[in-house]
Design a protein around this ligand. Structure first.
Ligand SMILES: *Cc1c(COP(=O)(O)O)cnc(C)c1O
Length: 390
């Protein structure tokens, strides 16, 4: 019997699970309810419960924190991305990484645009500027990068590429509220950046999105766009949506802003613990974050190379579950292997070899503010045991 078979035949429950009880994979830290109600009460009393003073306060606070001229609050990151593409007048094809959440691609398809998939970098796992450069063609109008898990894209190279070819540059910054690129806050790069405030992200409003831009015309069109396209004279200037943010969501986000630095620090500390405990393990790969940048570590994933680790990612996930440790696989399958998107993939001319390799081995570990050091240690230990064949 080879070793792998021997391991599989150890009866379940032969040793007690490393973590005694199943714990949540994700658990948002929410603000104090009294603090939230204190913020929300005036809006409630006034009867102005959507897109009013609290939304304006949130937009001002975010613009100031990120050092960007305009912030437009919307109902979600998805609607924000849809509106940005529409308001910028993008037509034709849009270069996107395949290694992302499908909402990135949906914003493209909803605008009847076509995605062109770029490969990701083997170390940073964000869109590879060289691969994006190879996809540029006369009908390509924009690049939509994603700051994956909060790791900033190679912004400088993408900006150069976009400028040289007259392309719009947009960032899906769903994961990146609090990220720094070369010391500057994510939010001010490209034509626009779009954040998500859904419960799995760091800044939480229940639902919600934020578009940041230094382009005044774009900001104006987005304000109309989130309100059916109506600039205020009942004569819509674009086919907009109802993508307004409610005052309650804005109150949650404002209360969340007061706690965001603590969350960022905790996510970074957990990520550092995982890396320290797992580094050097055979078959384990890690996302490289430049020492010049800061990631939010919205997610923390390792890459498992089945041959050198001794088992596949899926088998590892199953074994971890037996230890009461839940994992995810963000983002496998990548877009070009999903049925909505497979038709846009041209494997012969535009291979996505790095994306295929990274996605196949990706394993996302629990990371959130209230996750204790002891649990982080146990998760890391469980993975080391698998790798060592124990
Ligand atoms: C969560 C997420 C979105 C969608 O955000 P919503 O606010 O839920 O619309 C978009 N892109 C990425 C990369 C995400 O992770």
């Amino acid at each position: 019997m080879d070793q792998a078979t021997a391991l599989k035949t150890v009866p379940r429950g032969a040793r007690p699970p490393l973590v005694a009880e199943r714990f949540r994979f994700i658990q948002p830290t929410l603000p104090d309810l009294d603090r939230l109600l204190a913020l929300y009460r005036p809006a409630f009393r006034s009867g102005m419960i959507t897109n009013a003073d609290l939304v304006a306060s949130l937009e001002a606070a975010v613009a100031e924190r990120l050092g960007v001229k305009h912030c437009v609050a919307v109902s979600s990151c998805t609607s924000g991305l849809m509106l940005v593409l529409r308001a910028l007048g993008v037509t034709g094809r849009v270069i996107v990484p395949s290694f992302t959440f499908f909402a990135t691609g949906h914003a493209v398809l909803w605008n009847a645009l076509e995605p062109v998939f770029a490969d990701c970098l083997a170390d940073a796992w964000t869109i590879d500027p060289a691969s994006a450069g190879k996809r540029i063609a006369p009908d390509v109008a924009a690049i939509l990068g994603v700051h994956l898990y909060g790791n900033p894209c190679r912004v400088d190279e993408l900006e150069t590429l976009a400028r040289r070819h007259g392309l719009k540059l947009i960032f899906d910054a769903a994961h990146a509220f609090g990220s720094l690129y070369r010391g500057r806050p994510v939010g001010g790069f490209g034509d626009a950046e779009v954040f998500s405030l859904s419960p799995t992200k760091l800044l939480v409003a229940g639902e919600g999105g934020l578009v940041t831009t230094n382009d005044q015309t774009l900001a104006r069109r987005l304000r109309a766009g989130r309100n059916y396209g109506d600039p205020g004279d009942y004569d819509p200037e674009l086919v907009g949506l109802n993508a307004r943010m409610s005052e309650f969501q804005a109150a949650l986000a404002l209360a969340g802003l007061e706690m965001i630095d603590g969350k960022l620090a905790r996510h970074n500390r957990i990520a550092a613990m995982y890396t320290r405990r797992l580094e050097g393990g055979a078959g384990l790969g890690f996302q490289h974050v430049s020492p010049l940048d800061r990631s939010t570590y919205k997610d923390y994933s390792v890459h498992i190379d089945a041959a050198s680790f001794g088992m596949s990612r899926d088998e590892a996930a199953e074994r971890l579950r037996a230890d009461n440790i839940e994992t995810r696989k963000y983002f496998d399958p990548p877009l070009h292997r999903q049925k909505l998107y497979a038709g846009f993939h041209r494997p012969d001319r535009e291979p996505l070899l790095v994306t295929d390799d990274i996605a196949r081995g990706i394993l996302s570990l629990p990371i959130y503010e209230s996750l204790g050091d002891d649990t982080v240690e146990k998760v890391a230990l469980a993975i080391r045991r698998l790798e060592e064949g124990e």
